[in-house]
Unconditional design. Sequence first.
Length: 169
Amino acid sequence: MQATFPHADRFSPLRSALTFAATIALGISYWLHPASRAVQEPLERFLALTTGTFLGWFDSSVSVTHTTIGVGAFVANVVPACTGLFTMTLYAAAVLATPCPLRHKARGVLGGVLAILALNWVRIVSLLLIGAHWLEAFEFAHLVVWQSVALVFAVFAWLFWLQRLPHGR
């Protein structure tokens, strides 16, 4: 019987589970530590600036100040939870827990993180538009719809990457 899991000869469920758990624990510990602000603040400003610039092409009422974006009377602040870093950490943990060569993991983490960053940018744009034009739906879209979409996207991104790994021994 031939194994269908890439690099199944090196697969250890315990090692994969421990790698996954350790990566998540380290990631969360880092993101909660004040030192992580050196990464989070520039990302928050980048997301706010690019979102505001994009929306400003279509709506002259858009304003951006640091991490605060206004669209008409609706104002939102890009905070650490808005950056997608937790979703990126979950995705990276799944990739790092997969038994395959480090070069494949590096490409997988980079590609997935960029894809999650792009999705997160779309998320912020859509939430600002929802907040500006359909305020009653904002909280549901923010806390239920987009949180779910982000997590499902991370799982599918991992499966997409996993499918593209070279199979065989």
